[in-house]
Ligand binder design. Structure first.
Ligand code: NDP
Length: 284
């Protein structure tokens, strides 16, 4: 019994509000499957407590932490280094602590691209994104870095949309254009992959982005970032038209698995991670 180790490797998340964030279940399902002596702790931390919390994590020897709203940009000022994606996107959702040094990553967009890769490659594709917030930025940048040809951004707020166009054109080989979101906005017929990266549909199975459904063609792949409920109204309508669809669950699982890889250098089995989320979302 002398060699039992009662000290776990610690990881966690800093966000606010956090009580409804199921990440802990997903990550710990992965740890358990792999027999890792590791824990993940959800912490209610907003920008005003972020610096102290990071110092605490370093002091306690945490392997790292994930960041969710509203800390994804705020956290950057406390980091020593940024991975390329995080630097271009300008937001961090995963921090690795190694020998007291902090490195920021952004795995949201990578999680999406990886989920999409089970259906198609983004190389040379025309992608239309609804939204220009954090999720849209991450997806647009990763898609462009992965070789997408053109990205059309449809957003309500023009300034945010134009800023993302500039970001893509300044930092990647892809072309980008902005379309003002007007009522029943039409999807460009050149679109090969349509992605809802707005928050419309979160916790609301009846909500749908205000687009002209008649402009969605059967050949388009339609994806949604919303993990809950996974089958959003947009995806149900697209499926009715015969489109191939992709929900937000695998994106969430993939970014979580990538975070664990960043912390431990270990590839975890994603199946129990996904199953844990499905159980939670179905129970609601
Ligand atoms: P942000 O607040 O940064 O951005 C929200 C975006 O949605 C903005 O572009 C906003 O437009 C747009 N929007 C919101 N309401 C409307 C509306 N009624 N009509 C038109 N546009 C609207 O949020 P995030 O990008 O961080 O998150 C968006 C969603 O992505 C969340 O619901 C989250 O759950 C999901 N997500 C999923 C992940 C996954 O792994 N599956 C990972 C990260 C996020 P405007 O700029 O005009 O205000």
């Amino acid at each position: 019994a002398n060699n039992i180790n009662f000290l776990s490797d610690l990881t966690g998340s800093f966000s606010s509000p956090c009580s409804e964030n199921p990440t802990v279940r997903m990550i710990e399902a992965g740890y358990q499957k792999e027999g890792m002596n590791a824990r993940f702790i959800t912490c209610e931390v907003g920008p005003e407590k972020l610096e102290q919390s990071i110092k605490g994590a370093i002091a306690m020897g945490w392997k790292g932490f994930s960041c969710s709203l509203p800390n994804k940009q705020e956290v950057i000022q406390y980091l020593d280094e940024l991975d390329t994606s995080a630097q271009v996107i300008g937001a961090v959702n995963c921090v690795v602590i190694k020998e007291g040094k902090l490195t920021g990553y952004n795995t949201d967009g990578q999680g999406f691209i990886e989920a999409l890769s089970e259906i198609t490659s983004v190389k040379g594709k025309h992608i239309t994104l609804l939204g220009a917030g954090g999720a849209a930025r991450a997806i647009a940048v990763e898609a462009a870095l992965a070789g997408a040809k053109h990205i059309t951004l449809i957003n309500r707020n023009e300034e945010r949309g134009q800023a993302l166009v500039k970001l893509i054109e300044d930092n990647t080989e892809a072309k980008a254009s902005f379309t003002q979101w007007t009522q029943q906005v039409a999807i460009d017929s050149q679109t090969e992959i349509l992605v809802n990266a707005t928050s419309i549909g979160l916790n609301d199975a009846k909500a749908i982005p205000d687009i002209d459904l008649a402009s969605i063609e059967k050949a388009m792949i339609v994806a949604d970032v919303i993990p809950n409920p996974p089958e959003t109204k947009l995806l149900r309508e697209a499926a009715k038209k015969g489109c191939t669809t992709l929900n937000g669950l695998n994106m969430l699982v993939n970014q979580g698995a990538q975070n664990v890889y960043n912390w431990f250098g270990k590839k975890v089995d994603r199946a129990p991670m996904k199953a844990s989320l499905e159980e939670i979302f179905n129970a609601k």
